[in-house]
Design a protein around this ligand. Structure first.
Ligand code: COS
Length: 378
C-alpha cells in the first residue's frame, strides 16, 4: 500500500479523503484492465468510470483541481490507461466546462456519465509547442464557420464523440487570432487519416478537416479568445499531468520497496545496503516534493486564484521529470527483471515518457516559469 499520509496535509478537505478512499477501492477491484485492444479498453473504462459516478469531477461549472489530481494519481498508480481515460474526459471538455454556453454544456452530461468520449484538438503538424502558429482555419460563412486544416497527436482521436478544436479566425496575427469550437466527431469533412502507435499505447490520431461546416453556436466563448481559452484549460490540466506522474512514481517506489525487501544480497536483504537505502530516500523525497507542488497548485486554484500558470507549470515540470528519475531507479533496483515485459516497472518506464512532452513539454514549462519569475522581479 502506498504512503497516504499526504492526505492529512492542509490542502485537503474531508471530502477529498472520502473521494480518495472511493477511487482506491474501485481501482483495487477493477484495475488493471486488459490493454490488448486500447480502443475497447478505453471505451470500457470511460463507461465503467461513468457508471460509478467517478467522472463527475471531470466537467462542470467549478473544476475541483484537487479532486482531479487525486483521482489521476490513484488511477495512474493502478493502471495508466485508466488514468488516460479519466483525464481525457476532463481535458477534452475543459473549454466547455470553463467557457461553454448552456447549449454546449449539454455535452457535459454525457461525458460525465461516460456515454460520450471527449478529445482536445490543439496540436498541429506545424505547431506543437508554439500554439500561436496554429494554421487550421475557421472561416466565417453564412450562419457559422468553415474549418480546414490538420490536427495531430490527438488523444482519443478515432474513438471520441466530440472534440474541442482550436482554429484561426484571424482577428489578429498569432495568439490573438484564434478561437475555440465544439466539433462533433460525426461532422461531415472530419476524417481520421492516421492512427498513431506509441510506446505506451492509447487511442491517438491524426485528424484532417476538409470544409467542415459548424453553426455559429459551436463557437466557445468569444471569437479571438481561443488562445487564452486553451491556456486556461492547460493551467487546470497541467497540474493533473503532474498528478498522474506522481501516481506512476508512487507505484515505482512500491515496486522497489517490495523488491529490495525480497531479494537477498551479501548475506542480507537488498534493503539493508546503505547504497540501496540512499536510492530509496532520494525516491521518497522526490515523491513528496512533487506532491507538494501539485497540491499547492491545485489548492491555489480551488481556493479562488484566477490563474495558476506558474504553479501548474512548476508542478508539471518537476513531477514528470522526478517521476522519470524515480521509475528509472526502481527499474535499476530490479536488475534484469526491470526491462522484462510483465514487470510493472517496465511498463511504468514506457508510460512516464510521454508526460514530459504532452500538454506542454518540459522546456515549455521552463519558459512559462522563467517568464513569470523574471516578470515578477522586473
Ligand atoms: N491563461 C490565460 N491567458 C494566458 C495564459 C494563461 N495561462 N497564458 C498566456 N495568456 C495570454 C497572455 O496574457 C497574452 O494575452 P495578451 O495578448 O492580452 O497580452 C496572450 O495569451 C498571449 O500569451 P503569450 O504572449 O505568453 O503567448 P506565447 O505565444 O508566447 O505563448 C507558450 C507561448 C509557450 C506559453 C504557449 O504557446 C504554450 O503553452 N505552448 C505549449 C502548448 C501545449 O501545451 N501544447 C500541448 C498540447 S497537448 S493538449
Amino acid at each position: 500500500m502506498s504512503d497516504v499520509t499526504f492526505l492529512n496535509w492542509p490542502f485537503f478537505e474531508p471530502r477529498h479523503r472520502e473521494l480518495a478512499a472511493v477511487i482506491e477501492d474501485w481501482a483495487a477491484a477493477h484495475l488493471p484492465v486488459d490493454h490488448s485492444d486500447v480502443d475497447a479498453a478505453c471505451r470500457g473504462l470511460v463507461a465503467a468510470l461513468g457508471q460509478k459516478g467517478l467522472l463527475q469531477h471531470t466537467a462542470g461549472d467549478a473544476l475541483d483541481v484537487r479532486s482531479l489530481c487525486l483521482t489521476r494519481e490513484i488511477l495512474a498508480r493502478h493502471d495508466g490507461l485508466a488514468d488516460f481515460a479519466f483525464a481525457m474526459q476532463g481535458l477534452g471538455m475543459g473549454a466547455v466546462s470553463l467557457f461553454g454556453s448552456p447549449e454546449q454544456r449539454q455535452w457535459l452530461d454525457r461525458t460525465r456519465a461516460g456515454t460520450a468520449i471527449a478529445g482536445f484538438a490543439l496540436t498541429e503538424p506545424g505547431s506543437g509547442s508554439d500554439v500561436a502558429q496554429t494554421a487550421t482555419v475557421a472561416e466565417a460563412v453564412q450562419g457559422g464557420y468553415r474549418l480546414t486544416g490538420e490536427k495531430t497527436y490527438i488523444s482519443n482521436g478515432g474513438i471520441a464523440d466530440v472534440y474541442v478544436i482550436i482554429a484561426r479566425t484571424g482577428e489578429a496575427p498569432g495568439a490573438r487570432g484564434l478561437s475555440a469550437f465544439l466539433l462533433p466527431a460525426d461532422a461531415p469533412g472530419l476524417e481520421v487519416v492516421e492512427r498513431i502507435d506509441v510506446m505506451a499505447p492509447h487511442p491517438l490520431a491524426h485528424l484532417r478537416l476538409t470544409d467542415v461546416t459548424l453553426p455559429r453556436s459551436a463557437l466557445i466563448g468569444r471569437s479571438g479568445d481561443g488562445f487564452k481559452i486553451a491556456m486556461s484549460v492547460l493551467d487546470v490540466f497541467r497540474s493533473t499531468v503532474g498528478a498522474a506522474a506522481l501516481g506512476f512514481a508512487r507505484r515505482a517506489l512500491d515496486e522497489a520497496l517490495a523488491r529490495v525487501a525480497r531479494v537477498r544480497a551479501g548475506g542480507g536483504s537488498l534493503s539493508e545496503h546503505q547504497m540501496v537505502q540512499g536510492h530509496i530516500a532520494d525516491m521518497a523525497v522526490q515523491i513528496d516534493a512533487a506532491a507538494l507542488l501539485i497540491y499547492r497548485a491545485a489548492w491555489t486554484k480551488d481556493t479562488g486564484a484566477a490563474r495558476i500558470t506558474r504553479e501548474a507549470a512548476m508542478a508539471k515540470l518537476y513531477a514528470t521529470e522526478a517521476a522519470q528519475r524515480v521509475i528509472d531507479t526502481a527499474l535499476q533496483l530490479h536488475g534484469g527483471d526491470g526491462v522484462r515485459r510483465g514487470f510493472a516497472v517496465e511498463s511504468l518506464y514506457r508510460e512516464i515518457r510521454a508526460l514530459r512532452i504532452y500538454e506542454g513539454a518540459s522546456d515549455v514549462q521552463r519558459i512559462v516559469i522563467a517568464r513569470s519569475v523574471l516578470g515578477a522581479s522586473s
